[in-house]
Ligand binder design. Sequence first.
Ligand SMILES: C[S@@+](CC[C@H](N)C(=O)[O-])C[C@H]1O[C@@H](n2cnc3c(N)ncnc32)[C@H](O)[C@@H]1O
Length: 226
Amino acid sequence: MKRVPEPELMVGPEQAEAYAGPHLDSAYWLFLQCFRKFFHDLVPEDAILDLGCGPAAIPLRLARLFPNCEIHGIDGAPQMLEQGRQAVRREGLEHRVQLIHGILPHRIFLPRSRYEMIISNSFLHHLVDPMVLWNALHAYGRPKAAILIVDLVRPTSEEQARVVVDNYMPDAPLQLRDDMMLSLCAGFTLDEVTSQLEEAGLAGNLCVKMVSPCQFAVYGKLNREL
Ligand SMILES: C[S@@+](CC[C@H](N)C(=O)[O-])C[C@H]1O[C@@H](n2cnc3c(N)ncnc32)[C@H](O)[C@@H]1O
């Protein structure tokens, strides 16, 4: 199936509410499992950067897991950031979780100029130009920064995409089911991701691996001089 890009920013208030609800818990759980599996001896002690952080579900989980670390999230959708900020306040984590408005690839002024770890979940498929994500790793990562990116793989056909939505979100609100369908059609294949990593000069350092029947992870450490 040919890729059909979807709108980059998720500016609908109903989208932000749906993402902040409980229906994506299994996706967040999978992200944390990947973290544990690929970086089992890593204990971040300074700051992690989350690209396309949405309503901060993953930053909050990481903040609970790593009490000595700050998490900074970037998103271009104010509605998503507002949901995230409310959740951060509810948990009293304002001192360690900061959410910053910014649209990549624009240069964004952040609390750190470079990060010990950069993460991203379900963000790559939103980008018209996927190199925006890979270039951001170069722009914001320290040498040897840990990288964990998880995203959807584009199925071979629309029918296949519908099967994935039915399997993963049988009871989710229509908004989320529709969003997942669009996201699957906007996703990249493993071959495409591998080519992107080669183009970005990251193929030697980052691995691509399927982590569920419909998601892949890109993980590893940057290896470059500043
Ligand atoms: C599918 S959501 C994923 C949110 C979050 N990572 C999660 O797992 O819940 C993708 C997010 O990326 C944001 N986004 C898309 N393109 C962006 C860009 N160019 N710059 C910044 N944020 C962007 C959207 O606004 C949206 O909140």
